[in-house]
Design a protein around this ligand. Structure first.
Ligand SMILES: [Zn+2]
Length: 511
């Protein structure tokens, strides 16, 4: 059978023996040859091939291997990668940007240009303080046949294009990321994801990365989330929550039982707040804390953390039922999504547990309405919900370049109105306004870092009565403000009047 195999090569058909002879001349072996050359087994060989430790080429349906590549492998060297476009413009750009950020030495300057690109892309993401790195191919304007790659970073919640480069460099870069994330290099049709642990800043800093590979119409894309556990402020007191809100948070966390909810839209920092709350429970040594998360993002001390696994039947409901049999004091569900899950948590609360969860809702009053609508039970809801923190994140002015400013009378008029209707005493504010400028330290953005603007609602007997009577969102909101709540918008105005952010930024995140 093997003998009769014929290959089409350069338009002519050649006998296999003829090909073998040619291969031998050029230092190429087939798979069996490679396996015996490396003295290994077929499964191990396949594993090396999938992980990218070994490089081969496919001719028709057969694999071929260069002898010198196999020698490189035996010497422990990584495969040679042909970059069909010059990496120099991209490398030049990255090193220029890192120099601007005062981190020139962060980039590797070895012979391996691909490794330099990878370390440069990640280092730039780290020094720009970005949460995500995005690499994806896009058509060039006016030429649908040609495409180029966009390198983008999400910084303080806003996506920024850093560089555009030759699309011929994308696949080698993606393959290198896949190999680092222990993904299958030859799988290009299906999504894959993996974890990368890497040192940056001359080995001073270890980063935990999650890489997601997604096949798109123009080729594969990769998105890398940077999980910087040091950036997560686990201490509530260090989170710059306004003093009025902070006092209510501490009071709520000292309750022996009840439901606590953190709400806001996607990307409003709910996870960070919940980790800080868990950390606060942790400090009380006598509590057993179990969290159910989708997925577990940061490891916490003295907390049992369970990751959701829906295909294996580990849904929020099943996991929570199991957790309830493990004698917990505090139970966290990273998000409330459905009626049965909410009811289970409400029942757990009634039996003396503290439950902590997040929810998608615009405000604290809207969270109460969602709880009533989702559970369909006003009595149960009013008996269980104790405290809600609802929040957004505003970008903070760069401390190196912002300068004093005098807002227009129109802006002062609008801001004072927003403060008063949100329960904040306008005249008590410091009124030290500042404006965004832009410098190399903030990548010319004028802003650097984010802080929460929040409202906290304690469920008082009056609010509880409103819930039992199925009150409207407006009624709940009005009563909460009468009882001392300052709204998210008003908290944003407070940061504006403190010179921490701008009026436009408050409008951007609260509209
Ligand atoms: Zn600046």
């Amino acid at each position: 059978m093997q003998k009769n195999l014929k290959f089409k090569a350069a338009g002519k058909s050649l006998e296999k023996s003829e090909i073998d002879r040619k291969d031998a001349e050029t230092g190429i072996v087939d798979m069996d040859g490679a396996i015996s050359y490396l003295k290994t087994t077929r499964p191990t060989f396949y594993r090396w091939l999938r992980s990218g430790k070994l490089k081969g080429m496919k001719v028709g349906r057969q694999w071929r291997f260069y002898k010198d590549e196999l020698d490189r492998f035996l010497k422990g060297e990584s495969p040679r990668i042909d970059l069909s476009a010059s990496p120099d413009p991209l490398l030049g750009f990255i090193s220029e940007k890192l120099t601007e950020l005062g981190a020139k030495s962060a980039i590797q300057t070895g012979n391996d240009k691909l490794k330099s690109i990878i370390s440069g892309i990640i280092s730039l993401g780290y020094f720009l303080r970005s949460s995500d790195i995005h690499l994806s191919p896009h058509p060039l304007a006016g030429d649908l046949m040609a495409n180029h790659v966009l390198l983008r970073y999400r910084i303080d919640g806003v996506l920024r294009t850093a560089a555009e480069f030759d699309s011929r460099l994308l696949q080698p870069v993606i393959d290198e990321f896949k190999s680092m994330a222990k993904c299958d290099l030859h799988e290009r049709q299906r999504p894959q994801d993996g974890r990368i642990i890497i040192k940056v800043d001359n080995d001073k800093k270890t980063l935990d990365l999650r890489a997601c590979f997604l096949p798109s119409a123009l080729g594969e894309t990769v998105t890398i989330r940077i999980l910087d556990s040091n950036a997560v402020k686990l201490d509530i007191d260090a989170m710059h929550i306004s003093p009025n809100n902070l006092e209510k948070v501490h009071e709520a966390l000292n309750q022996p039982s009840g439901m606590i909810i953190v709400s806001g839209p996607t990307g409003s920092g709910k996870t960070t707040v919940m980790y800080a709350f868990l950390h606060s429970f942790q400090k009380k040594d006598a509590l057993k804390i179990i969290s159910i998360e989708d997925p577990v993002e940061y490891m916490l001390e003295k907390t049992v953390q369970v990751g959701l696994n829906v295909p294996a039947g580990m849904t929020y409901i099943n996991a929570t039922r199991a957790v309830l049999r493990c004698d917990p004091d505090v139970i966290m569900n990273s998000e409330i999504r459905e009626c049965d899950q909410l009811k289970l948590l409400q029942m757990a609360t009634l039996t003396g547990h503290v439950t902590l969860s997040s929810m998608h809702a615009e405000s604290a009053a809207a969270t109460i309405r969602r709880l009533i609508d989702l559970s369909g039970d006003t009595m149960l809801t009013s008996d269980t919900i104790k405290f809600i923190l609802s929040e957004r994140l505003v970008r903070i002015l760069c401390p190196s370049c912002s300068k004093e400013s005098v807002p227009t009378t129109d802006i002062i008029g609008r801001a004072s109105g927003m403060a008063r209707s949100g329960g904040l005493d306008w005249s008590s504010l410091p009124h030290t306004y500042r404006m965004a400028v832009g410098c190399p330290k903030c990548a010319m953005l004028g802003y650097r870092g984010r802080r929460a603007i929040a409202e906290t609602l304690k469920v008082t007997p009056e609010i509880s009565a409103l819930i039992r009577n199925n009150a409207t969102l407006e009624e709940i909101q009005r009563t909460a403000i009468e009882q001392g709540m300052t709204t998210i918008v008003a908290d944003g105005i407070r940061r504006f009047a403190n010179g921490e952010t701008t009026f436009e930024e408050v409008l951007r995140v609260t509209k």
